[in-house]
Design a protein around this ligand. Structure first.
Ligand SMILES: Cc1cc2nc3c(=O)[nH]c(=O)nc-3n(C[C@H](O)[C@H](O)[C@H](O)COP(=O)(O)OP(=O)(O)OC[C@H]3O[C@@H](n4cnc5c(N)ncnc54)[C@H](O)[C@@H]3O)c2cc1C
Length: 249
């Protein structure tokens, strides 16, 4: 609907998925993890006891999507399928290792987030497929996950950037770190090689600062009305640092 209102898309037919049974479910099991159906709204994700128990960072993340009306009407899957590069959940689903299940007459496919995100407004979903659900694997034991966003105009505006992170640490030592930044580039950007450098090291304030600087240096942000390339790089450095500090607390 947003794309139609922006006059970016002129469909001749609209097909509602609302009456397809089973697409409105949120379930969790130890093997596959959390499964969120295509009809589940942001508000239902936010208030679901299952999501709050097994993936609290996602419940907190979708709380920041637009406003109450958007969260009551818009679905998490619709947010992803629209593939706006300012999506809040997209970078978080990246660090959570989520996959997108599609279905067509030819059968089912499970796409990683890297396969799903192709470009702004473009996904790996084929023309004869619909997305049926998002699957989030059970988190690694002791993993902490967080999502921090910054929106310049008002807190309910789309983000200038969103930083998602997941950390497994033992006695302050980094065992595994994942960071993914959304909004700045066409698709969310991960920093696995920079994070690999921190593996086995103590997360001191100096280390975290150096890491954030190295990540920000690699980003080539889109210059737009939300800020210049220079400004966005500076904000990214600050928010990557704050995300790792939050995780390491
Ligand atoms: C005022 C406003 C503010 C917003 N602010 C934010 C924000 O701060 N952060 C944020 O992340 N998002 C924001 N959004 C986006 C919002 O989250 C999405 O518009 C909403 O979630 C889309 O869900 P929907 O179910 O209405 O999808 P639709 O609008 O119905 O669909 C969106 C696109 O996805 C496709 N699609 C939907 N479901 C499927 C499916 N199951 N299989 C295949 N294709 C599918 C549709 O064909 C369409 O192209 C905002 C939107 C508005 C209007």
């Amino acid at each position: 609907m947003v794309l139609i209102r922006h006059q970016l898309f002129f469909p001749t037919e609209l097909i509602s998925l609302k009456r397809i049974a089973g697409l409105d479910r949120i379930t969790f099991d130890e093997n596959e993890g959390l499964r969120i159906g295509a009809l589940v709204t942001h508000a239902q994700v936010e208030h679901s006891p299952i999501v709050q128990q097994h993936c609290p960072a996602l419940a907190q993340c979708v709380h920041h999507v637009g406003n109450l009306r958007v969260r009551n009407m818009g679905t998490l899957v619709g947010d992803l399928c629209q593939a706006d590069n300012h999506s809040d959940p997209a970078p978080l689903l990246g660090v959570l290792g989520a996959r997108v299940r599609t279905r067509s007459l030819r059968g089912e496919r499970l796409l990683s987030m890297a396969e799903f995100h192709v470009d702004i407004y473009e996904t790996g979903v084929k023309e004869d497929e619909i997305v049926t659900e998002i699957v989030i694997p059970p988190p690694a034991p002791q993993a902490c996950t967080a999502y921090l966003r910054f929106s310049g105009n008002s807190p309910i505006d789309w983000p200038i950037l969103g930083v998602a992170g997941s950390l497994v640490a033992e006695d302050g030592q980094c065992k595994a770190l994942k960071i993914c930044v959304g909004s700045l580039t066409a698709v969310p950007l991960g920093f696995d090689s920079e994070a690999e450098e921190l593996k086995g090291k103590k997360l001191t304030p100096g280390m975290i600062k150096k890491f954030a600087r190295a990540c920000a240096a690699r980003i080539e942000p889109i210059d737009d009305t939300r800020g210049s390339e220079w400004y966005k790089k500076k904000v990214a450095e600050v928010y990557i640092r704050r995300t790792v500090e939050t995780l390491a607390k």
